[in-house]
Write a protein that binds this ligand. Structure first.
Ligand SMILES: [Fe+2]
Ligand SMILES: [Fe+2]
Length: 475
């Protein structure tokens, strides 16, 4: 392994071959990464040739190449968007100063923590999804799963590059630890809650890529504003790949709904039992999965009041979503924001200093964005003439983090007693039985152009290939 020419082996636009120390550090890390991929990457996939896109530059016109790749040989590259000449920090206490090309000493610990937390989510999702290939509904979907997986691997590389280049020995230790934690492990779990949940079936996978990869988008957008320029530039490029992940989620759920509606209309029924008996997923179960993934994901934004969030912003490390498009003073010292509080067992709004509420600001931006796709799912149901609407639950529903963790709230936003919660939780969140039913549908379909009964084919293939293209060659 040590004789690999990294200048050739790792596609990059950071002049890797000119920085011998960095090159050596990555040389030590790469075999461990590959071992992690073999142990924790997609199960049984290592000999498959998969029609994948690989990032080869940051040119918006042609940043990726498509071709067959064995995944352990995927060329995980390091790409940063080009620097913007004269870029200034545009929020917080350092507003108007030049962006940093090196880590400022006083912000080092916080920056490291931000990068490690982001980096940890990338391998975590690969681990969560590692068994899904065994039950894929089609080759097309299998390929999309693998595409998401290799790109999450590349996102790990993106964060590890920053740790190695800018954080010295601490950074190298953190990079090793990123390969040692395991999703769901009792002793050494991943850092954030949602990344320790299981992704046991494909409905969960689509919900995860719709909702949780979208959390990724919002975190990356906030980091793309950072005064630490290398972080801003690398996250900006990661967003290019993230769009496809959310597409996989949105179109995946859409195709499940499409198929369910077809069967409901054929059978002229809306009874979940009859719909299930026909081998498709009933709409109330889809709603419960949605409730679960939405609520678990919005916890990822953190506590509704957070002094860390204020520090990250004021010190110029992490901005707001679309910071540059906002018309305020970008310091926020005199602004307030409304968050939810619980008073006498009721939800009430409370005004707090905005700086402390920046997690909530980002969460609310996220919620607005995620509602769009749910509306598009509803249009499919509407077109089929079925009187059912999917809804995102109230943001206080099923929360584990922040003020709302202490109360039980129904999906429509009523604080409920423990008794009422227990009586209805089976209507609100996936039950064991729901999960067992969904699991029972998961068989492996791998003939080109064939799809499992519970999901409609996509409208188009990948990279203008036909839907029945051979996306995976099994060897
Ligand atoms: Fe990612
Ligand atoms: Fe992603």
């Amino acid at each position: 392994m040590s004789s690999i020419n990294y200048a050739d082996k790792i596609p990059n636009n950071v002049n890797l071959s000119e920085d011998r120390t960095l090159q050596r550090a990555l040389e030590h890390w790469q075999p461990n990464y590959l071992q992690w991929w073999r142990d924790m990457g997609p199960e049984g996939s290592h000999d498959y040739e998969v029609y994948l896109r690989t990032a080869v530059s940051v040119d918006p016109q042609g940043w990726a190449q498509f071709g067959y790749v064995r995944m352990p040989e995927y060329r995980w590259g390091i790409f940063l968007n080009p620097p913007e000449p004269g870029r200034k920090i545009h929020f917080g206490d350092h507003l108007g100063e030049d962006v940093w090309q090196e880590v400022p000493g006083e912000h080092r610990a916080n920056l490291r923590r931000i990068i490690v937390t982001q980096g940890d989510t990338e391998p975590a999702s690969v681990e969560q999804q590692r068994h899904l290939g065994l039950t894929c509904p089609s080759q097309y979907d299998l390929r999309n799963l693998f595409q998401v997986n290799v790109e999450e691997g590349r996102h790990l590389w993106a964060m590890v590059y920053l740790l190695h280049k800018y954080f010295g020995r601490d950074g190298r230790e953190e990079a090793e630890a990123l390969l040692e934690r395991r999703s769901g492990d009792r002793d050494n779990p991943r850092i954030l809650g949602a990344f320790n949940e299981k992704t046991p079936d494909w409905l969960s996978f689509y919900m995860f890529t719709y909702f949780t990869d979208r959390d990724g988008k919002f975190q990356l957008c906030a980091l793309a504003e950072s005064g630490f320029d290398p972080l801003a530039r690398t996250t900006r490029f990661m967003l290019t790949e993230e769009a496809h992940h959310m597409f996989v989620g949105e179109s995946g759920v859409a195709r499940v709904i499409q198929r369910t509606c077809e069967v409901m209309n054929q059978l002229k029924t809306d009874e979940p039992d009859k719909v299930r008996a026909a081998g498709v997923i009933d709409l109330p179960t889809i709603q419960r999965y949605l409730n679960f993934h939405f609520s678990v994901t919005i916890d990822l934004f953190g506590a509704d009041q957070s002094s860390n969030a204020a520090t990250f912003y004021s010190s110029g490390l992490k901005g707001r979503f679309e910071e540059g498009k906002r018309n305020d003073d970008h310091r926020l010292q005199h602004d307030t924001y409304r968050i939810l509080d619980v008073v006498d067992g009721r939800l009430v709004e409370k005004e707090v200093p905005m700086l402390n509420a920046l997690n909530e600001v980002l969460r609310d931006d996220y919620i607005k964005d995620s509602i769009g796709g749910v509306e598009r799912w509803n249009r499919i149901i509407e077109k089929a003439g079925i009187p059912f609407r999917l809804q995102v639950p109230h943001k206080a529903f099923n929360r584990r983090i922040g003020t709302l963790a202490g109360v039980k709230v129904s999906p429509d936003g009523r604080v409920v007693s423990d008794a009422e919660w227990n009586a209805h939780v089976g209507e609100w969140l996936p039950t064991e039985e729901d999960r067992a039913f969904v699991a029972s549908l998961m068989g492996r379909v791998v003939e080109p152009g064939k799809f499992a009964n519970w999901i409609a084919p996509p409208v188009m293939g990948i990279n203008r290939q036909p839907v029945n293209f051979e996306y995976v060659r099994f060897n």
